[in-house]
Structure formats: C-alpha cells, structure tokens
Design a protein around this ligand. Structure first.
Ligand code: ADP
Ligand code: MG
Ligand code: MG
Length: 362
C-alpha cells in the first residue's frame, strides 16, 4: 500500500505525537508530492513547484533539533520527529517571504492532521552553518563576514516588514510601557540563577543586581514597531554556501513557549550578535584561538554587524524598525536563556554563555 511508506505517526496518551521515518520514506513522499498526492490524514501546503528530485538520499549529520535529509542533492526534507499541533510559524513565514531570496527556496509543508511533520526546501550546495564557518572566522581573526550577515539580517527584517497576501499588515506598534518584556526577561534571569550551580552559580549570583539593572529599559519602553521576527536567529541558522549566505530554520525559539510572534526587530539582532560572542567562546575552547585576540575579534565583529544592519535599514528608509535601546537588555536575556538551555539540555554548553557574561561583567 502506497500510504504505508509514508511516516508512521503515533499519538501518546498525553496527546504528544511521535514520527517514525523508516527507510525509503523520504523518497516515497517526494514521489507522491511530485504527483500532487498525499494519503489522508496527511496533507500538503504547496509553496513553490517542486523540482525533479533524482534518486539517492543522505542524512544531515551536524547538531540539529530535527532530522534533515538531503534528497537527490536537490532538496532538503526536514522531518519533525516530535510534531506539534500548535500552529507552526514556518510555513506562513516562508509564504510571506516569497520575495526574499536569501533563504533556501521553500517547496512544500507536509501536515499530519493539523501538525507540521515536514518542510521541503532547496538544498544549498556546500552549505556549512555558523558553528563551523563563524568559528573559523574567529580563529582567523577575520571580521568581513559580520558586515555580510548584518545586512542579511536587515534584509530579512525588511522582507518581514513588507506586506504580503499572507500578512497584509506586517508592522504593528507595541503598546507602550506594558512591562511584559521586563517580566519575561526577569523570569529568565531568575531561572538562570536557580539552574546554574557551582562556581558559575556563585559568580552569577554576585552579578544578579547588575544584570537586573541591565533589564530596566524593558520596564517602560516607548512604543516601538513589532514585526514577525525569525525568533531563533543565531549564526548556526546562517548557512555559508556556494553562492553566499542564507538564513534558514524559521521554527521560532524552542526555549520560549507561547511568545507573541510579533516582536521588536531588536530581538533577532540581539540574539545574532550574542551568537558571534558564542562563536568566539567556541574558538577559544575548541580551537587554537587566543582569549585576548578573540575577545577583541568579538568586539569588532559585533560592531561591524550592527553598523551594517543599521546601514541597510537606513538605506531602505526604515531605520525606525530598530529600537536600539532594547538591544542590551535583550542580549542579557538571551544569555540567561542560553544558561537555561545548557542546564536543561546541554550542560557542556554552559561555558559559552558564562564566558560571554564574564567578558561583559567580569
Ligand atoms: P533544526 O531545526 O534541526 O535546527 P535547521 O533548519 O537549522 O534544522 O537545519 C539543520 C542543519 O542542516 C543546518 O544547520 C545546516 O547545517 C543543514 N541545512 C539546513 N538546511 C539546509 C539546506 N537548505 N541546504 C543545506 N544544508 C542545510
Ligand atoms: Mg537550526
Ligand atoms: Mg530549528
């Protein structure tokens, strides 16, 4: 039976879904997508016509949240092993971004009932993500990349802020002074303090008041534009491939449940700049990079990134999309989130946010 070679979806007693992707499933699904069919309760949201896909597949093996497979050296099928029935942001965002070329061309979203189970996009030859290429740059002390990815982030935001059939009204104004962003950031700080033990925990507790003060601009920010942001914009989501840089992975932030999808552009920019600091930490820990030179590299790369970002917005007449007063508090919140993520999922990552916080507040 045709349908038997689609993935198996099982529903656990608590309602959680699990996806089983057996051998040959990716190829079979792609053949059916080309023919425009899907066995119910699967369905397909077509985004662009699927190109012919030659046979042959291989898994992507870098650290990843989901399970991506390259098929025919032409497309990437990203399977979501734990599909969620909550609305997934990626298909809508990718449809909205139809005019934005600097991502992997999206072809189709595959659903099981109302849960997104796969995204099919173009394969970008020779792609490496920033946890490789940006660490290379840190080790070599080069910063030209920072201008490139700064303008890439601004171009993404300009595209997010442009009306489309999907989001005809993509820019909103925040209600002034609600205090909700400070509440969210302080909660992250409290959690980071509670979850970080040992010497790091002692150091952090000694800086708790300083960190809290950094979050104060969030208490009553002026009204500021809100757009659909990427939501998880770090160098690992920026691929350097044969033809330049591309931003991928519009899944949103896996560590913030239920966040309003409309956020200040500064959220993404703050996360991206802190990820450059993380790349510096990785270069020192895992490569031969010297700490002092790498710290200087990070300062200069961050500055170039932000300058290029601002210049690209300004050239488009949209400098008002960025409220720079939000950057520092969002950066501090991001470092707290990295500590929470490390404590919960990846203890060996703790050195990176701790190294960054020590370099800022040492
Ligand atoms: P996840 O949600 O699992 O993090 P991503 O969309 O970020 O998934 O993809 C994981 C990794 O797969 C990326 O870091 C990159 O190395 C590789 N990758 C993703 N999309 C492509 C693509 N279109 N072409 C080539 N490699 C890709
Ligand atoms: Mg990713
Ligand atoms: Mg992801």
């Amino acid at each position: 039976m045709e349908g038997s070679r689609w993935p198996r979806v099982t529903e656990e007693p608590d309602g959680a879904l699990a996806l089983e992707i057996g051998d040959g499933v990716t190829g079979c699904v792609l053949r059916d997508l080309a023919g425009g069919t899907a066995p119910p309760p699967f369905s397909v949201r077509a985004l662009r016509p699927l190109p012919p896909v030659p046979p042959g597949e291989r898994p992507i093996t870098v650290d990843q949240t989901n399970h991506s497979v390259i098929a025919g050296e032409t497309v990437v099928v990203k399977w979501f092993p734990r599909p969620s029935r909550a609305p997934h942001p990626a298909p809508g965002l990718l449809a909205h971004l139809a005019g934005f070329a600097r991502t992997a061309t999206p072809y189709a979203a595959v659903y099981w009932e109302d849960a997104l189970v796969a995204l099919v996009t173009a394969y970008l030859p020779e792609a490496r993500d920033g946890w490789e290429w940006c660490v290379d740059e840190a080790e070599a002390g080069r910063t030209d990349f920072a201008a490139d990815i700064g303008s890439l982030a601004a171009e993404l935001h300009l595209a997010m802020a442009a009306p489309s059939g999907v989001f005809p009204d993509p820019v909103r104004l925040s209600p002034p002074g609600s205090g909700a962003w400070r509440e969210r950031a302080e909660e992250a700080l409290r959690e980071a303090l509670a979850l970080t033990d040992g010497e790091d925990g002692v150091w952090l507790a000694g800086r708790a008041e300083t960190l809290r003060r950094e979050l104060e601009p969030l208490a009553s920010p002026a009204a500021t534009p809100l757009i659909r942001v990427h939501g998880d914009l770090h160098v690992g989501q920026i691929l350097r491939w044969r033809d330049g840089y591309a931003v991928v992975d519009f899944d949103g932030n896996p560590t913030v449940a239920g966040a309003d999808p409309y956020q200040p552009a500064a959220r993404d920019l703050a996360q991206l700049t802190t990820s450059v600091d993380h790349a510096a930490q990785v270069a020192v820990r895992r490569r031969s990079a010297g700490p002092a030179a790498t710290a200087a590299w990070a300062v200069s790369a961050r500055r170039r990134l932000r300058t290029a970002y601002t210049r690209t917005l300004t050239e488009a007449g949209r400098s008002g999309l960025l409220d720079p007063t939000l950057l520092r508090p969002f950066e501090v919140e991001q470092e707290c989130r990295e500590l929470i993520y490390a404590a919960r999922h990846l203890p060996r990552w703790r050195y990176a946010p701790m190294g960054v916080l020590r370099s800022w507040f040492g």
